[in-house]
Write a protein that binds this ligand. Structure first.
Ligand SMILES: NC(=O)c1ccc[n+]([C@@H]2O[C@H](COP(=O)([O-])OP(=O)(O)OC[C@H]3O[C@@H](n4cnc5c(N)ncnc54)[C@H](OP(=O)(O)O)[C@@H]3O)[C@@H](O)[C@H]2O)c1
Length: 213
């Protein structure tokens, strides 16, 4: 699969390494331009390409958003993402480390307003990049792997993202719609930055639901 990665920092570079190791072709991009990504490309090998943000968006059948949420200008023209499977790994951090008050909305719903028509899946946002880089275990059964949560309204898109997550050694756990599942995945939620296995995560979500009912 061709995966465009917007942002080549902690999360973008870690994801690029994992996707390449799983046999995918990646395009990485950042704010400073492709020439600043030479070292990363050398490390990743021939399956990786350095591009501008717009070209990486064009390149990807799946596109990962791994830039700061507070910088909408980092995203490409919405037309470049229309009808594409887009993974939103971003969290609504302010520059001071606090979170924006979204007044009842969620960060991925706000992202969808910026890129209407994208097949948006919220994933990779709850996992610390060091865990993403180090805790993938293809040798374990799915239920015993570290969880990466997925939320979204497009079932097919979610399935594709879930498969990618499995290929890189993690276990996808579906939290629900972009709104309700997405809210569950927001920073400071009970599952944010927790190191649950899929078995533990599913049980935790069931318990949470039972408590709410
Ligand atoms: N760090 C984590 O553990 C973690 C975990 C889950 C989710 N996230 C989320 O993932 C996103 C990235 O986090 P990170 O820790 O990877 O950040 P990071 O290391 O600071 O990397 C940010 C990347 O975004 C690029 N970027 C910034 N502003 C841009 C702009 N205006 N146009 C184009 N590219 C721009 C940067 O490019 P330059 O370097 O060229 O400026 C850099 O490649 C954030 O939304 C964060 O909330 C982070």
């Amino acid at each position: 699969m061709k995966i465009g990665i917007l942002g080549a920092g902690n999360i973008g570079a870690a994801a690029a390494r994992l996707f390449v190791a799983a046999g995918h072709d990646v395009a990485v991009s950042n704010s400073r331009g492709p020439e600043t990504l030479r070292e990363l490309i050398r490390e990743l090998g021939p399956q990786a390409h350095a591009m501008t943000i717009a070209d990486a968006a064009r390149f990807g059948e799946v596109v990962l958003l791994a830039v700061p949420w507070r910088s909408p200008e980092a995203l490409p023209q919405p037309e470049l993402l229309r009808n594409k499977i887009v993974i939103d790994a971003m969290n609504p951090y302010r520059p001071d480390g606090g979170f924006y008050d979204l007044e009842g909305s969620t960060s991925s719903e706000e992202v969808l307003k910026r890129v209407p028509g994208a097949r948006l899946v919220k994933a990779f946002n709850t996992i610390y990049y060091v865990h993403l880089a180090s805790r993938g275990r293809n040798d374990l059964p799915l239920e015993d792997r570290h969880t990466i949560y997925v939320a979204g309204d497009d079932a097919e898109a979610k399935k594709v993202v879930a498969h990618l997550i499995e290929e890189i050694g993690f276990a996808p756990v579906d939290t629900g719609s972009l709104r309700e599942g997405g809210r569950m995945q927001e920073p400071n939620s009970p599952i944010y930055n927790k190191t649950y296995t899929a078995r533990e995560a599913r049980q935790f979500l069931l318990d949470l639901e039972a408590k709410r009912a």
